[in-house]
Structure formats: structure tokens, C-alpha cells
Design a protein around this ligand. Structure first.
Ligand code: SIN
Length: 311
């Protein structure tokens, strides 16, 4: 028997696989899959205080081994989310991680207070790292991260993940700021800021110029950030996101230190992938005679998988 269950963030996740925020929207189109087979969790598209149209098109372009998006946090806003979306999410047999963002301290505090009280919100994920809105992503510096996480955690006791940008020289001080202000864990990472240029016109392809790169192209970057954070914070819950497209990349993310692993862009091509990965993960562990997924988590810090098997 292989045990995939993960107990972190005050929740019992049936397995370590999550839908990460964004590509699956609010996940409701995938409701039949959630009802038929367990999946660890569902992270929603980021919700903001007011509705947002997002950025003008074009806002999605392909890239080698990935895609560049400039969605701009398009979402129906907090009121609509609470009235129309959350009641449906509540029916799904999975852990619900609600991603949210606001442009200032007051907005973050108000959102955290309201969402933290709402039935069906299991975990909050504070998006500090969207590269597609005005200004610098807050998690490009420790001070802004500290200020916004403090605002969120003073408003709610619901476990809060801080979702950080990979576009920093050293993620550890930023993560430390979030944890010192009461974040229960880290989501690493958001997309990597990137650019594409139309070769026939010589102009940037995306209307807003910059976008966020996701997909297999960013796996090594995401792994490095997860590894660095796991080494610095051995006990902190980490959700690893970025470039997980198959069993091999999921295993690497776990070995680097991710307790939970988010699947993002890959679900746009293959919506059943997260569920299939759970089966493949179980088979892989079984073949290796590893009885618990947790034995795999962070084993790259402990001399590898065979060493932790004999622990
Ligand atoms: C977006 O809506 O622009 C993507 C979300 C994000 O990168 O945080």
C-alpha cells in the first residue's frame, strides 16, 4: 500500500497534486473529474476586490517549451466570486485554495478578512507575483512582501500561502519576510517574466509587451527556487509550481522539497493529466517499495531517494 496523503496547512490532501492558479480558471469545468477521482486540491484563478477585464489582446503567445501569458488578472471580482463561484466550489470533494490579490495594503487586508471567513475557503494563496499588472510584483522585494503578508495575516487565521516570483536573485530573504509575518507556507513559483517579438514587424507580440513564461521551459528555475527555500526552511509547507508536465518533473519537484505540486499550463493541453499523475506516482512509489509520498519530499537534500527509503 502506498500512501499519497499529505497533511499540511491544517488540511488533509488526498494526494500531493493540485491544480495551480490560472490555467483551469475556477476549475468548475473539471468538476466531473473531481467527483470521479480524488485530487489533492484546486487553486483558483486570482480573485481581486473588483472585477477586472484583464489586459488587451493578444495576451497569450507560445514559446519554446511553454507559453507567455499577459492575462492581467481577469476575474469577476470578489462579490461575484462569493455569490456565484464559491457555492459551486464548495461542492467539490477536494481542498480549495483561493488565490487573491489587491493593489494595496487595505485591499489585501479586506480581501483576506472576507475570504478567510467564507465557508469553503480552506487555504488562501496571496498572489504577490503577477508580472502582468501595473507596477513591480510585490515579491520582487522583501519590504513589500512583508507589508502585504502582514496585512493578510492580521485579518484572518485561515492558513495563508505566499506566492512568490522567481524573478529575484535570492528568493530566501523574500520568503523569510513572508514567513516572519505569519504566512503558513510558500507557493514557488509564479511565471517568469518574458518577452516575444513578432519577426515580421519587429514589435513585441503581446499587447502589454511583457508576459509570464510558464510550461516545461521554467522547470529548472522552479526547481532551483523550491530547493533553495526547502534548504532554508526545512519545516515550512511548500507548494511547487512551474513546468510540471509529466511524472518525471513531478518527482523532481517533490525531491527538491515540494510537499504539494501544482500543475498549471499542462492542464490546458490535457485536463486529465493531474489525475493520471496521481496513478503514475503511486505506481512509481510502489515499484520502488516506498510506502509514503512524504519520504520523497526533499530527498535531494538528504542524499537521494535510496537513502530516505532506508530511514
Ligand atoms: C495573469 O492573470 O496575468 C496571470 C496570473 C499571474 O501571473 O499571477
Amino acid at each position: 500500500m502506498v500512501d499519497l496523503a499529505v497533511s499540511r496547512l491544517g488540511q488533509s490532501f488526498a494526494n500531493p497534486v493540485l491544480l495551480s492558479s490560472g490555467p483551469a480558471g475556477f476549475g468548475l469545468e473539471l468538476a466531473p473529474l473531481f467527483r470521479s477521482k480524488p485530487l489533492g486540491g484546486l487553486t483558483t484563478k486570482t480573485v481581486t476586490p473588483s472585477p477586472r477585464q484583464g489586459n488587451p489582446p493578444p495576451r497569450l503567445v507560445d514559446a519554446p517549451a511553454g507559453a507567455l501569458n499577459s492575462i492581467g488578472l481577469a476575474n469577476p471580482g470578489l462579490d461575484e466570486f462569493l455569490a456565484q463561484v464559491l457555492p459551486e466550489l464548495r461542492e467539490l470533494p477536494t481542498v480549495r485554495l483561493i488565490s487573491f490579490a489587491a493593489s494595496d495594503v487595505q485591499g489585501v487586508e479586506a480581501m483576506a478578512g472576507v475570504l478567510g471567513e467564507a465557508a469553503g475557503v480552506d487555504v488562501l494563496e496571496l498572489n504577490l507575483s503577477c508580472p502582468n499588472v501595473e507596477g513591480r510584483p510585490p515579491s520582487w522585494d522583501s519590504a513589500s512582501t512583508r507589508e502585504l503578508v502582514r496585512a493578510a495575516t492580521r485579518a484572518t487565521c485561515t492558513p495563508l500561502l505566499a506566492k512568490l516570483s522567481p524573478d529575484v536573485t535570492d528568493v530566501v530573504p523574500v520568503a523569510a519576510a513572508a514567513l516572519e509575518e505569519g504566512a503558513a507556507g510558500l507557493t514557488l513559483v509564479n511565471t517568469v517574466r518574458g518577452l516575444r517579438i513578432q519577426r515580421d514587424t519587429g514589435r513585441p507580440t503581446l499587447a502589454r509587451m511583457w508576459g509570464g513564461l510558464s510550461g516545461a521551459a521554467i522547470l529548472p528555475i522552479a526547481l532551483a527556487r523550491v530547493f533553495e527555500a526547502r534548504r532554508a526552511f526545512p519545516e515550512v509547507p511548500i507548494v511547487g509550481v512551474g513546468g510540471v508536465t509529466d511524472l518525471g518533473s513531478l518527482l523532481e519537484m517533490a525531491m527538491a522539497g515540494a510537499d504539494l505540486v501544482g500543475i498549471g499550463l499542462a492542464v490546458m493541453c490535457d485536463p486529465e493529466l493531474p489525475w493520471r499523475l496521481c496513478v503514475e506516482l503511486k505506481q512509481w512509489l510502489c515499484r520502488r517499495r516506498i510506502s509514503r509520498y512524504s519520504q520523497l519530499v526533499g530527498c535531494a537534500h538528504r542524499g537521494g531517494v535510496d537513502v530516505c527509503r532506508t530511514c
